[in-house]
Design a protein around this ligand. Structure first.
Ligand SMILES: [Zn+2]
Length: 113
């Protein structure tokens, strides 16, 4: 398996997420609204936009966490093996999501729960 390739894929993904995060944080900041000039509807809009930005931030945090785990596993020489069953994860699956830590069988079992 080409660990170097997956390592660079992970680092690229991480850099992109960190960049997105910086942009997203601004959007997630509390929206200060001037009550006199802003109506109820646009206040709702702003709150919804803020909620979406916060949700996107949370997704990024989870993804960054997964990438950090994957990079640690590369260092430990455990990358590419399923965390649950210790079987090798298919390379095609890793190419799709280099941060994945479960083989397809274990992942689909988890999704069913
Ligand atoms: Zn497995």
């Amino acid at each position: 398996m080409d660990i170097k390739l997956f390592r660079s894929l992970l680092l690229e993904k991480k850099a992109a997420l960190v960049e997105e995060e910086a942009a997203g944080k601004e959007a997630a900041q509390v929206v200060e609204l001037d009550q006199t000039s802003v109506g109820r509807v646009s206040r709702m809009d702003a709150m919804q936009g803020q909620a979406m930005a916060i949700a996107a931030n949370q997704r990024r945090q989870i993804e960054l966490q997964k990438i950090a785990v994957a990079l640690t596993r590369i260092k430990q020489g455990e990358y590419g093996y399923c965390l649950e069953c210790d079987e090798e994860i298919a390379e095609a699956r890793l190419k799709l999501d280099p941060a994945t830590s479960l083989c397809i069988d274990c992942a689909s079992k988890k999704e069913m729960i």
